[in-house]
Design a protein around this ligand. Structure first.
Ligand SMILES: [Zn+2]
Length: 256
């Protein structure tokens, strides 16, 4: 996580498309230390922001820095897990506005698991997130190219690698490793990519849980080592963070 920096990024706010950063969320993130340089290098709950008191979404300003993007995701996850979703950016007006372009503020690289759709668990709408999903967040050239597209071509200031509780891909990889039994078709490729991240200091369910986090760390490290992405991190225009979604609490937590 040493490569993560939090410095202002060049804003690319669309005149017709604005996100307002809820000030309560901002205060909550400050309290939980999720803003600023230290925040992006620390382990913390991503879902630390309280839900807004207003039931309807105000005009929104697109987060243009890593801290602002993290803040918005934290606020959205807070709304999600407290059943106070706003379902932003679904209106006819937004749909029409988006026909002329997109300005998503975060790339979420997540698992294919049907229980962890990024737009829902972060309470975001159309045009807000660029989502890339593969079983176990496994990287290949297409996934790397997709993440790079969001960061380099769309100037997105935040990449979140999102693992999750009870990941079937990680479980299958661990079980295949333990039994020596190969998985059918291309599923073995997924298992092979996860296998180096298996936590052999643990056993049983603890091994699977620990490997979920280790796998996120490995994917994060691989992305952070990409020269083009690393240059953006160094310039303070990008943060890459690892996180885990807890199915039980619906909370997203940072993984150091
Ligand atoms: Zn999964």
């Amino acid at each position: 996580m040493n490569s993560d920096r939090a410095v202002g990024a060049q804003p690319t706010v669309s005149a017709h498309r604005r996100f307002a950063l809820a000030s309560p969320a901002r205060r909550a993130l400050l309290r939980f230390g999720l803003t600023g340089t230290a925040a992006l290098g620390a382990t913390a709950a991503l879902g630390a922001a309280p839900a807004s008191a207003t039931p309807t979404a105000p005009a929104r300003r697109r987060p243009s820095t890593p801290e602002e993007a993290l803040c918005e995701l934290a606020a959205g996850n807070q709304r999600w897990r407290t059943f106070r979703e706003r379902h932003p950016d679904e209106s006819p007006t937004v749909r029409q506005e988006l026909t002329t372009g997109q300005h998503p503020f975060a790339v979420v690289l997540g698992c294919i698991d049907s229980r962890v759709p990024p737009e829902l668990v972060f309470d975001q709408g159309l045009g807000d997130l660029m989502t890339v999903r593969s079983a176990g967040e496994v990287l290949d050239e297409a996934v790397l190219g997709s993440v790079a597209y969001g960061v380099l071509e769309l100037d997105i200031p935040l990449v979140v690698v999102l693992g999750h509780q009870s990941c079937g891909a990680v479980k299958a990889a661990v079980e295949s490793d333990e039994s020596g039994k190969r998985l059918p078709a291309h599923i073995q490729y997924i298992a092979d990519q996860i296998a180096p991240n298996i936590d052999r200091t643990q056993e049983g369910d603890a091994r699977i849980a620990s490997t979920i986090d280790a796998n996120v760390r490995a994917v994060h490290a691989r992305l952070a080592a990409e020269p083009d992405l690393a240059a953006k991190v160094t310039a303070g225009k990008l943060a890459i963070v690892g996180a885990r979604y807890d199915l039980t609490s619906q909370r997203v937590r940072r993984i150091a």
